[in-house]
Design a protein around this ligand. Structure first.
Ligand code: ATP
Ligand code: MG
Length: 431
């Protein structure tokens, strides 16, 4: 975003004109040198937070005790952090003390990897004391300083290391890798939320398998606070992960670990997924389980009723039941997943597999035909039913609405108030 770059330059210019040093630093410099899109710009300066506050009209004191303020420049936000050192990592994650310093090199020293420890001044001049640019050219993730110490200070850096190696398709420098293996137990101290965020970034990247392979090979996978049963993981199923949209990649991961949807639900809770993201994945797994059991039941019956039409209609009704239970969004997620997973993954008997395949072929048209799959889209309300039946509300009401929904969703009756009332009366009188 050239607009953001200009505004950033203005902030740097204002600081330097006032006699301070100021630079772009960290991810934005790295991404610029890699020719990648830049999503946010961090700045670093010799000015103390109070001085930054005094120089700009719109500043938010976001983390002022750590030296970070947010400067708003024409609608763009820049985190401006005073040069600082960190010390006293007692919890394997956060420093207990920060002190402001006057030398940019000291600030760069606290940063995790050489490629993240490059500062760039107003006109592009670089301060790069650890050879970050050379490592970028060599496609290497390398710790600043002694890897073992740096990972001991903050265990999250190990996941960042693998995330960067995976997303950029870099290698990990030999000593960095060795340090990581020595310190991997330190990952147990890291809050699952941080672990999840790193893993999500890794999985969303262009080569998630690379990261997963490194996580496995380094032994880090087994060192998270809440482990995933990776041993059960089906490597062949995972091969296809990159075909899936990022939000569904976890779904494939859980499925290839052969987790039930209930177990997946627990795991995703412990991994601090948002409710929306968790339910999306759990519904996806639930859909898979239910669909297979429907298909198996129908395949079992088809020995008796050898007609394809009867089978197709039964399959269609199963699909619609799932639409009602788990929603159309889950249906399209499942179809996406189905295209991706090799059929051998499921290990189904051929007759069941054939039925699942049939469902996948016809599902889109079934979904389109089923216009109404939610109670609230029925052209009748619970109140109207209570009045028409002249009967106080109760469990019968919900059951009846469900029945109506089934009938409408399957196309047995039209979604018209009059017809729905007639149907209700028919059902009630037949009971
Ligand atoms: P991303 O593309 O994910 O934003 P980033 O490198 O910008 O990558 P941030 O979390 O935004 O990551 O951090 C900004 C900078 O702060 C990093 O480039 C690095 O210099 C430093 N940094 C971040 N996390 C750590 C850490 N755990 N240990 C040491 N330095 C860190
Ligand atoms: Mg960043």
């Amino acid at each position: 975003d050239p607009e953001m770059a200009l505004r950033g330059r203005e902030v740097i210019h204002t600081l330097t004109t006032a006699g301070h040093e100021a630079y772009w630093v960290g991810g934005c410099v790295r991404d610029e040198l890699l020719g990648r899109a830049i999503h946010d710009m961090d700045l670093t300066t010799s000015a103390e937070p109070e001085e930054v506050l005094a120089l700009f009209p719109h500043v938010i004191p976001t983390g002022i005790q750590h030296g970070t303020v947010t400067v708003m420049q024409d609608g763009h936000a820049f985190e401006v952090t005073t040069f600082r050192t960190e010390s006293g990592y007692t919890d394997h994650r956060r420093p207990t003390e920060v002190s402001f310093v006057k030398d940019i090199r000291e600030d760069l020293m606290r940063r995790d990897f050489t490629m993240n420890a490059i500062a760039m001044a107003e006109h592009g001049e670089r301060v790069d004391p650890f050879g970050g640019e050379a490592d970028l050219r060599a496609a290497l993730v390398r710790c600043v300083g002694r890897a073992e110490e740096r990972f001991e200070e903050d265990g999250l850096r190990m996941l960042r290391c693998i995330r960067f190696a995976s997303v950029f398709r870099f290698r990990v420098a030999y000593n960095t890798w060795k340090g990581m293996i020595r310190r991997r137990e330190g990952l147990r101290y890291i809050a699952m939320e941080r672990v999840r965020i790193e893993l999500e970034k890794m999985l969303a990247g262009p080569d998630p398998l690379r990261g997963l392979e490194m996580l496995g090979r380094s032994g880090l996978l087994d060192c998270t606070k809440v482990p995933v049963p990776w041993e059960q993981c089906d490597a062949q199923a995972l091969q296809e992960i990159v075909q899936l949209p990022a939000e569904l990649r976890w779904g494939l991961l859980l499925m290839s670990c052969r987790l039930s949807f209930e177990a997946a639900d627990e795991l995703l809770k412990a991994w601090t997924f948002s409710n929306a993201a968790r339910l999306r994945l759990v519904h996806l797994l639930e859909w898979e389980t239910e669909l297979i059991s429907h298909a198996a039941a129908i395949a079992g019956n088809s020995v008796l009723s050898d007609s394809d039409c009867i089978n197709d209609e039964a399959l269609r009704r199963s699909w619609i039941q799932l639409l009602i239970k788990l929603g159309k969004d889950t249906a399209s997620d499942w179809l996406e997943l189905y295209k991706t997973l090799p059929s051998s993954f499921r290990g189904l008997p051929p007759s069941v597999e054939m039925h699942v395949q049939k469902i996948a072929e016809l599902a889109n048209s079934w979904t389109q035909q089923a216009v109404v799959v939610r109670i609230k889209d029925l052209n009748i309300t619970g109140n109207e039913l209570v009045q028409a039946m002249n009967r106080p509300g109760g469990p019968w009401l919900g059951q009846l609405m469900e029945q109506l929904l089934q009938a409408v969703a399957c196309g047995d009756i039209p979604n018209e108030t009059e017809t729905l009332l007639q149907e209700v009366k028919r059902v009630m009188s037949s009971e």
